[in-house]
Design a protein around this ligand. Sequence first.
Ligand SMILES: O=c1[nH]c(=O)c2[nH]c(=O)[nH]c2[nH]1
Length: 302
Amino acid sequence: MASIAAARYGKDNVRVYKVERDEKTGVQTVTEMTVTVLLEGAIDVSYTKADNSVVVATDSIKNTVYIKAKENPVTPPELFASILGTHFIETYPHITTANVKVVTHRWTRMTIDGKPHPHSFYRDGNETRNVEAKITKGKGIDIRSGIVGLLVLKSTGSQFHGFVRDSYTTLPEVWDRILSTDVDCGWSWKRFAGMNAVRAAIPKFDNAWIDARTITMKTFAEENSPSVQNTMYKMCGSILEAVPEVENVDYSLPNKHYFEIDLSWHEGLKNTGKNAEVYAPQSGPNGLIQLTVARSQKSSKL
Ligand SMILES: O=c1[nH]c(=O)c2[nH]c(=O)[nH]c2[nH]1
């Protein structure tokens, strides 16, 4: 006999834009998000017995996203994701978990003639601020916040040597190389008991995002990196130190390679080693280095 091992359903790619108008100053602030809501609970019969009486239509889930965005603040995204998820577990007795993902896109205010423009914005990169919240009846709210798509490059200040050399190795050791990656970073908060605990933490969410972004870029820029592995480990440690409410930090970093091009065949042009100036950016294959660092548990031994 087959039985359901796991089931969830909902709406993906719900695109929402919200404007906030300050009537006194005329300044408007905008937020654009892509939202996913996936529900779990006593829904097995919808799959096994075609019993739709347990199904909150995904169309209604989409409508709920719009209505909750109208009724509530949509920032910080950790708050909005928690409000939205809590609505589903409190409204429908048979829904036990709501998985909510909020991807916030960048709309950065324009500066015109040296002044912030009241209602014009531009997209300064594909970086997004991502929040995944799991809201579970009787348990609380688990939140992972993150940065995705922050593309960075340094033209020196990175090395890679001392790695395994055997009959499979062709890569030369280097003491100076280009380092580039597309940052995917996350930080998971200690479980919140419920909405009151999330509301009490509101200012911490933006501060943690600023800290994680600053630490990522400052470490990347300032450190003479011995490897992606070691650099990301340092970033994790600094974020754990900066945000005490965070339980663990994770990174997933592609190593976006830039290859030297030997041009000596053309009139003896010197373009390797110290003379390298023109490189070939690679789209793949690329290294992919991942890490999760948890806060050390205090030793139980005295
Ligand atoms: O920082 C690096 N880590 C690796 O594991 C690796 N492997 C590789 O070929 N280049 C690099 N660079």
